[in-house]
Design a protein around this ligand. Sequence first.
Ligand SMILES: Cc1cc2nc3c(=O)[nH]c(=O)nc-3n(C[C@H](O)[C@H](O)[C@H](O)COP(=O)(O)OP(=O)(O)OC[C@H]3O[C@@H](n4cnc5c(N)ncnc54)[C@H](O)[C@@H]3O)c2cc1C
Length: 290
Amino acid sequence: MTDKIEYDVLLVGAGPANLTLAHRLVDLADKPIRIAILDKAKDVGGHLLSGAASNPRVLKKLFPDWDKGEIPIQGICTESYLSVIGKRRWENVPSMLVPSYFKKEGYAILNISDLAAGMITKITEKAEAKEGVVVDVYPGFPAQEIVYDGDRVAGVKVDNTDGDLADICYAKVTVFGDKGFISRDLVSRFNLRKNPQVYSVGVKEVWETAKSYEGKIWHTLGYPLEPGHLGGGFIYGCKDNKLIIGMVMGLDSPNPNIRPPQVLQDLKKHPYVQGMIRGGSLVKYGAAIL
Ligand SMILES: Cc1cc2nc3c(=O)[nH]c(=O)nc-3n(C[C@H](O)[C@H](O)[C@H](O)COP(=O)(O)OP(=O)(O)OC[C@H]3O[C@@H](n4cnc5c(N)ncnc54)[C@H](O)[C@@H]3O)c2cc1C
């Protein structure tokens, strides 16, 4: 990066929200436009943890052939369950009693990290095919601070991860998709939040299993969370015998000694989950605040 750069649109964070916007801007562009996308991860998608069951409505709008290899997906849900579990019990709630939110048949099973990488490729390909449309992607460049011009956001101060001198990236429009890492400054400066923020933590592992569970989704309630602790488990069966197992739990647990990674281990020790992962191997793991 040079010392001062100016764009029409600056997107802070290359998560699915900002990448959707970038994709749409490139699609709509009928005159020259310069777009910059910054992300703190060294590779786009590198800091994204979610294994998501995603309603294909938006995917279809962006990528009409989403289910035919246009973007990386892990499978399409064919069976979904809401399960109420105890230390040894596992009961799937009868379908007619399952709230529609937990019915995921037809949903895309995504690895958001792969999706982001795939979206960047699509966006840059589309931009290259359009005269005057420039999309510059800067992975490994965390935005450090918002730069104001009076009450207007003029851009952000950027630092690269190797510790070089900070640059300033200016733009006519700056969009923050950084989940609040630096945009919380905007929230307090312009008094944008009416309701208090609720925080949860997600812990997740990806397993390679002996048997394929592709297309199957379980959401769990109850064990191993303590009564009064908001949250639940999720298990997503992906292609290539991959199985995503995770827990999301509120950070306002009544028990201050709760250890989210241990909660996930307790879910994995459940006989039902053991039946899925026994003989398999752990591929990767991670945690994120959401
Ligand atoms: C364990 C887990 C399971 C989930 N399961 C589901 C699910 O099943 N279905 C579903 O719909 N959703 C799910 N979610 C939620 C989903 O992942 C988020 O809603 C979605 O990723 C939000 O997208 P986003 O683009 O707003 O932000 P994010 O995906 O968080 O992207 C933010 C990006 O900004 C970058 N960034 C942050 N700060 C800076 C900075 N200062 N400078 C530059 N870049 C920065 C980050 O590196 C990241 O790439 C899950 C989340 C987790 C953690």
